[in-house]
Design a protein around this ligand. Structure first.
Ligand SMILES: Nc1ncnc2c1ncn2[C@@H]1O[C@H](COP(=O)(O)OP(=O)(O)OP(=O)(O)O)[C@@H](O)[C@H]1O
Ligand SMILES: [Ca+2]
Length: 756
């Protein structure tokens, strides 16, 4: 299974196409195009912000001090120069703040610069990440003490995202008025009112036309700005919700979850697959850590990190593989990401196909109308002056001028009639209406145009866990040592003490989660807190249920090496050394994959028998019986190895690039994890299908499990196609095109293609 999309793959995303129109043409169109302002809002640096950066002093309240200092830092040229000066300036507010709080060797600017430069010599000079730990007065294993957090926030700034100033209603009105169509209409309205009043006298025809147009303009502006304003209020709330991301940290010697906004410099953060790095930092420990930095650098290849050679990790990047422990060195606006974000306006506003089409149409009609009007004006005036009017131009009185005004009025009428003034109104009203309907359905839409874009969707590809299912897993079935048991407790009673110990050892060490034990040693397992992904949490709870005294075990045994979980390999492993000195390698993962790695099976009486074809088939049957009940199946296996040649500890394993043995394992058993579908999913799927939208499931889970869940959700019906990635990739291009539309369940990594 490939995680990165192959560029040469014909099913990969199409390369960005060059705009074929010549530049001059594009410029003309750009100037003519309606809503020109909106068009050019695409991620352009906001000038007002830039200038405010220029003027912003560095001596305001403490949190914004760092913000503004950092902004000047990441900006090119002049700003960078200013920062360099400030870094050396011992009286810069950042330096003073840190010194006052008892950090004489470190300050926010210095750390930000260290992170930005990724300079290894500089880091070596500081004594590596451990040296930085010392300067930041934090112990690697203990982390920051709870009562020390405020001080650090005062010294180095806060990780809370900068609150955007809420825009007022009138700024939305102002925005809504920047519309070329409305501009033309406004001129037309003005001219017709003036002409109506002067030329028409008591005749109300002229100015009533003008008033009508003016009324429609006011209506359009009000509807657009009101709904935009209402949305912005709702979105401000939503943003606040979105900021509630929890990260695993070690504080006061305990592992716990805190809000990413509450991180401070010096915090020890634990990173795992799928985590977004919450701040800039230095790796203290890493296990095959691979990070996707594309959001920051644009580099599409994930980058491998390690605590020695590439210890710099950055906020906003994504952990693709492996695990790591990071020391937070820069937070909030001092991070590279925070700094970059302060310089750009992230409001990306693209027009929808309908709006673009309308733009083109209105522009064309406007152009034709205007040319005809000018033509009529010129011909009529020439005709009037040359043929109809006996008097010379300089002898004209008010009567003649009024005649000319009449001619002008006719031309304006042509423009007014030609420009479809009802069009923007109709479109705006329709979109506002659908937006309101969506709000009633508790769907927030930020821009009116999104309604239309969503309305054109024909296929929804949905993730399984957490989207279609409730993301709460529990082990409800287990097959251990050749014996199937209806319920977990029964199974546990059957197991011998040695097998139980072996299983618990694997569960406790071969995990990316953790179990937090209460202080008193005889506390019941139910009072423990389990941390980790839903799969991990379910397995750890199962471990607790079979009487796992995790803390005792962790004291007696030592973790030598790990192979972190990746969605691609669908398995993870760990080598554990016991007090007796023997080393056991534990593996767990998708059951069919773990089974392939095994050549023997552990039995209830602790004997080990060879896995022949009949036995394998039997185990596969067990697995498919579980998957038919929509259970996620996790296989457990182990292998005792010779302690000679094993690494001492995790760091040595990483340095030696030691690989965990992964064949000729002994199969221990299969766990069946239940994750019930979310209530209401089946109905939602049905509604989509009725609306002509095909719903497909994309998952990394076992095909049988995926199919069973898809069936429960109403996505899969007998006869629909289910395909695994490897099978799909073997298809010819024609086959892919022909069958793609019929696939209802597929594996995660092939849906990058644009087949629908
Ligand atoms: N913590 C874990 N330890 C071992 N194996 C795991 C773990 N988590 C998942 N697996 C196995 O790896 C497979 C892929 O897991 P992953 O979490 O990547 O699935 P996914 O693609 O996100 O699926 P979904 O669509 O259900 O979210 C799972 O089917 C499971 O068998
Ligand atoms: Ca997932």
């Amino acid at each position: 299974m490939e995680t990165t999309v192959n560029v040469e793959d014909p099913y990969g995303p199409p390369p960005p196409s060059e705009d074929p129109r010549p530049l001059s043409r594009r410029i003309v169109e750009a100037t003519l195009v309606l809503n020109a302002r909106r068009r050019f809002r695409l991620l352009s640096p906001t000038l007002s912000r830039r200038s405010s950066l220029n003027h912003e002093g560095l001596s305001r309240n403490s949190s914004s001090q760092f913000g503004s200092g950092r902004k000047t830092y990441i900006a090119p040229g002049k700003f960078a120069y200013r920062l360099l000066r400030k870094v050396r300036d011992k009286n810069a507010p950042e330096v003073t703040a840190a010194r006052n709080e008892g950090f004489p060797d470190m300050d926010a600017l210095y750390l930000a610069k260290l992170m930005e430069d990724k300079n290894l010599d500089q880091l070596a000079f500081l004594g590596d990440a451990n040296g930085v730990c010392r300067s930041l007065k934090v112990e690697k294993m203990v982390g920051v003490q709870e009562d020390d957090i405020e001080r650090r926030r005062r010294a180095f700034g806060s990780n809370a995202p900068e609150r955007k100033v809420m825009r007022g209603f009138w700024s939305f009105v102002w925005d809504a008025m920047h519309d070329f169509t409305l501009f033309i209409l406004a001129i037309c309205a003005l001219v017709s009112v003036i002409l109506g009043l002067t030329a028409g006298g008591s005749n109300s025809e002229g100015w009533s036309d003008g008033l009508g147009i003016a009324f429609s303009i006011v209506l359009v502006v009000m509807v657009t700005s009101l709904s935009d304003y209402k949305q912005s209020l709702k979105f401000a709330n939503l943003e606040r919700e979105k900021e509630k991301v929890f990260v695993d940290v070690v504080r006061g010697g305990k592992r716990k979850k805190v809000l990413s906004a509450e991180l401070v410099v010096g915090d020890i953060v634990l990173l795992g697959v799928g985590d977004q790095v919450p701040a800039d930092g230095l790796l203290l420990v890493s296990n095959k850590l691979v990070v996707d930095e594309s959001s920051l650098t644009g580099e599409s290849q994930p980058s491998r990190k390690d605590a020695r050679q590439k210890p710099y990790v950055f906020s906003g990047t994504l952990v693709m593989e492996g695990t790591g422990t990071m020391l937070v060195a820069a937070v909030g606006m001092n991070t590279v990401w925070g700094g970059a974000m302060s310089l750009v306006d992230t409001t990306i506003c693209e027009q929808t196909p309908l709006q673009e089409e309308l733009d083109r149409l209105v522009t064309k009609i406007g152009q034709i109308g205007a040319s005809v009007a000018v033509l009529v004006l010129v011909i009529s005036v020439v005709r009037y002056v040359w043929w109809k009017q006996p008097l010379g131009f300089w002898q004209w009185g008010s009567e003649q001028w009024l005649d000319v005004l009449q001619i002008f009025a006719v031309s304006v009428t042509i423009v007014v009639v030609a420009v479809p003034e009802g069009l923007p109104l109709a479109v705006t009203l329709t979109l506002a209406y659908s937006m309101d309907r969506m709000i009633q359905d508790r769907a927030l839409v930020r821009h009116l145009s999104a309604c239309e874009t969503m309305g054109s969707a024909t296929t929804i590809c949905s993730d399984k866990t957490g989207t279609l299912t409730s993301n709460k897993m529990t082990v409800v079935d287990a097959w251990m040592c050749g014996s199937s048991c209806g319920n977990v407790q029964a199974c546990v009673q059957n197991l011998s003490a040695a097998t139980k110990d072996l299983t618990i050892e694997g569960i406790a060490f071969n995990t990316s989660g953790d179990v937090i034990m209460p202080a008193e040693s005889d506390a019941p397992p139910s009072s423990c807190t389990v941390i980790g992904s839903p799969t991990e949490a379910a397995i750890l709870s199962f471990g607790l249920d079979i009487n796992g005294r995790f803390s005792e075990l962790k004291k007696k045994h030592k973790l030598l090496a790990v192979e972190p979980f990746s969605s691609e390999k669908k398995k993870m492993g760990a080598a554990v050394k016991s007090t007796r000195g023997d080393v056991c390698v534990h593996w767990k993962g998708a059951s069919e994959i773990v089974l392939q790695m095994c050549d023997s099976l552990r039995m209830l009486d602790d004997s080990v028998i060879r896995l022949d074809d009949a036995l394998r088939r039997q185990i596969k049957d067990v697995i498919s019986r579980m998957t038919e009940r929509s259970l996620r199946t996790i296989g457990l296996a182990y292998k005792n190895i010779d302690p000679r040649g094993c690494p001492w500890d995790l760091q040595q394993a990483e340095d030696m690039a030691w690989k965990l043995p992964q064949d000729d394992l002994t199969f221990l058993g299969v766990l069946g994890l239940q994750d019930p579908p979310r209530p209401g999913v089946a109905k939602a799927v049905e509604t989509c299908e009725k609306a002509g939208i095909a719903v497909r499931m994309v998952t990394g889970d076992n095909l049988g499990t995926a199919r069973a869940v898809a069936k429960q959700c109403g996505i899969w019906k007998p006869g629909d196609l289910c395909v695994e990635g490897p099978v799909f990739r073997k298809w010819s291009d024609d086959q892919k095109r022909a069958f793609a539309g019929d696939i209802k369940v597929g594996e995660t990594h092939f849906y990058y293609c644009n087949l629908f």
